[in-house]
Design a protein around this ligand. Structure first.
Ligand SMILES: Nc1ncnc2c1ncn2[C@@H]1O[C@H](COP(=O)(O)OP(=O)(O)OP(=O)(O)O)[C@@H](O)[C@H]1O
Ligand SMILES: [Mg+2]
Length: 264
């Protein structure tokens, strides 16, 4: 895991964020800070407010109260182009962000909008999922390919903060593992990553911190091991079986056993 320096200033600071749809509150005075180099998982039951919070942090969703600051700027108060360079969001249904006829057009538009050299988005896409033919229609891509395309489009703007809404849905084992590596890499480049997910095994493998929402409020916030072990609903299988040992993943158990062998 990337060690986050104690002195590093958070890249995103949200204070007492409120989101309401009509009279129904979905997010109730939530405060979070996202540090550079850290991956934070946002967990909680269906309807607990995860997506609403992500859209409010990104700036294009409703926000009836509170403040959001990304490196000093409120992404809701700047142009779409400026906001994209501050925060990238991959939505729960990534296809919602794709509306052009081909993969090539989506990539070219992303380069133009972010004013980066031609081919930037395509190179990002090839790193995520190599070989998607440029003339393909985004609608016809597999779920994993579409996720990669939207992520490449979002990363073209090199945002300081990356928000991911249930990014592992529909990914096979290998795609999920390489996606996990990519998430760690985004963090190691100094970005702050917040990902909403129900995937406890994925959380155990990639996230430094876990924030749990219930009915729009934060009910837990701490290091991954502390939060998931304390809450049976979010504990990965390894933790359930080996509790009270503080292990979350098979590789942690393997490392611990190797360490024990080395000592005898
Ligand atoms: N556009 C909307 N209009 C009205 N109510 C909404 C809207 N979007 C979300 N809600 C409500 O706000 C609450 C929080 O929803 P939200 O989608 O943020 O939860 P979530 O944690 O992302 O859920 P899931 O795990 O199912 O994705 C729910 O009660 C939901 O019904
Ligand atoms: Mg959601």
């Amino acid at each position: 895991r990337a060690a986050v320096g104690v002195g590093d200033r958070p890249r995103l600071v949200a204070r007492r964020v409120v989101v309401r749809y009509g009279r129904v509150p979905a997010v109730r005075e939530v405060s979070v800070e996202l540090a550079p180099g850290a991956v934070v998982a946002l967990m909680g039951r269906n309807g607990s407010g995860k997506s609403s919070l992500l859209w409010a942090l990104q700036g294009s969703g409703p926000r009836q109260g509170g403040t959001v600051s990304v490196d000093g700027t409120d992404p809701a108060k700047v142009s779409a182009a400026e906001a994209r360079a501050l925060v990238g969001l991959v939505p729960q249904t990534p296809g919602d962000l794709l509306y052009l006829e081909t993969v090539a057009e989506e990539c070219e538009q992303a380069d133009r909008e972010s004013e980066v050299p031609e081919g930037t988005c395509r190179r990002l896409l090839d790193r995520l999922t190599p070989g998607i033919r440029p003339e393909r229609h985004p609608r016809d891509l597999s779920e994993g390919q579409r996720l990669s395309l939207v992520l490449a489009v979002q990363l073209t703007a090199a945002p300081a903060v990356v928000l991911l809404d249930e990014p592992t849905r529909g990914l096979d084992y290998h795609a999920k593992a390489s996606f996990g590596d990519l998430v760690r890499e985004l963090a190691s480049e100094g970005r702050a990553v917040l990902l909403a997910t129900h995937d406890v095994e994925f959380v155990a493998g990639v996230s430094d911190r876990v924030v749990v929402l219930a009915e729009g409020e934060i009910v837990a916030d701490g290091p991954t091991a502390d939060v998931v072990v304390a809450s049976p609903a979010f504990a990965p299988q390894v933790a359930k079986v080996l509790s009270p040992q503080p292990w979350l993943t098979v590789s942690e158990v393997r490392d611990a056993l190797a360490g024990a062998e080395a000592r005898v």
